[in-house]
Design a protein around this ligand. Structure first.
Ligand SMILES: [Ca+2]
Ligand SMILES: [Ca+2]
Length: 359
């Protein structure tokens, strides 16, 4: 049996070969079969190196020299975790879409960008804020279908107006059936006439996210609170200043770790905003957001930083001019589709507490 000693030999071949070599009876025969191009002495030098190469773990895709297929094909660039093409020429929505289709992305083609989650959108909005000129507007892969306000992403997923993707004033204009991300509204969406030439963003298509079966345990919310999603919430029925509201959440629900509502995720915020919309709650409600220094350093009471722009703040908010610490809080604004606005903590508003369920 001849065993080729070359760059192609794998570890198993080599180990087998060496084991066979160690067999004294076969040793002579094996050595005779070493290709003539590799002398015995050279083989003796190469073999240990090849064993060590064979034993070295292969490079993982995360390593800096990942295979080329992990990168985006020009002219797409890798940004915000995706392969994107951010146009510099303006086209109608359909022409923009056709342009995207002409771009090759690995084994498939690109399309106008769509978003699967609030987080995807927030990350891209943050990226655009740093990387595109101000006063720009980019077509994305969303349009109306069947009826005028029935918005969908290109993958067929429904897209509701309001929190978290849309500017609070946009999405209902007659004859405006295509959506664009606008720098003037923190890159939130606005509806426009599909024939207007606009810049656009193409992206590699989204593979539907694997939705794990989250085990939802049965739980019971305390009296006076509502179960929404996987949390319990209290919606006040009277006004209070921000500090008193915070104190009230703690004391009223002290057995249930009550505190002013501080969403742990974009999705939790969306849940509450949509609840307020469908129940036609017309009240502005304090949440657990405070400017800790007075210099627009906003934090949730939970200690998490609140980023500017998406997903929480209404367009042009926060905008207070105070420079006193803990002087300004934020509320979910009924007139701005429950995105946040800031206001003096001394103002009297209703509020939302988040409360732990019974164990
Ligand atoms: Ca519009
Ligand atoms: Ca304000």
């Amino acid at each position: 049996m001849a065993v080729e000693i070359s760059g192609q030999a794998d570890g198993a071949d080599l180990r087998r070969f060496l084991m066979e070599l160690s067999n004294a009876e076969e040793q002579y025969e094996q050595i005779r079969n070493v290709p003539l191009s590799v002398g015995l002495l050279e083989y003796a030098l190469i073999a240990p190196i090849m064993v060590s190469i064979a034993m070295t773990p292969r490079q993982t895709p995360e390593s800096p020299r990942a295979p080329a297929c992990d990168y985006c094909y020009p002219p797409l660039v890798e940004a915000a975790g995706r392969c994107l093409y951010i146009s510099q020429e303006a086209l109608s929505w359909q022409d923009a879409r056709n342009y995207c289709h002409s771009l090759q992305v690995q084994t498939t083609t690109a399309d106008l960008i769509t978003f699967q989650s609030c987080n995807d959108f927030t990350i891209l909005a943050g990226y655009l804020g740093f990387n595109v000129p101000s006063d720009t507007s980019y077509w994305v892969g969303a349009h109306t279908e069947f009826t005028s306000n029935n918005w969908r992403w290109l993958n067929g997923e429904p897209l509701s107006t309001g929190v978290p993707f849309w500017d609070h004033r946009q999405g209902h204009d007659k004859g405006e059936d295509c959506a664009a991300m606008e720098s003037g509204s923190y890159f939130r969406l606005a509806d426009h006439d599909c024939l207007e030439p606009r810049l656009f963003i193409c992206a590699s298509p989204l593979i539907p996210a694997y939705k794990s079966e989250i085990e939802v345990k049965d739980f019971l919310c305390p009296d006076e609170t509502l179960q929404i999603g996987t949390g319990c919430y209290y919606f006040s029925t009277y006004h209070s200043n921000w500090n008193a509201a915070e104190e009230r959440c703690r004391s009223k629900f002290h057995h249930h770790q009550g505190q002013l509502f501080s969403p742990a995720s974009c999705d939790e915020f969306v849940h509450i905003a949509h609840h307020l919309e469908v129940t036609e709650d017309k009240k502005d409600r304090w949440v657990g957001a405070i400017d800790v220094t007075g210099n627009h350093e906003w934090y949730w009471e939970s200690g998490d930083l609140i980023p500017g722009g998406p997903p929480f703040w209404a367009t042009s908010e926060p905008n207070h001019k105070s420079d006193h610490a803990r002087d300004q809080g934020a509320y979910m604004s009924a007139s701005k589709r429950f995105y946040l606005e800031d206001d003096s903590t001394s103002h009297q508003l209703d509020y939302i507490c988040k409360v732990s369920p019974f164990e």
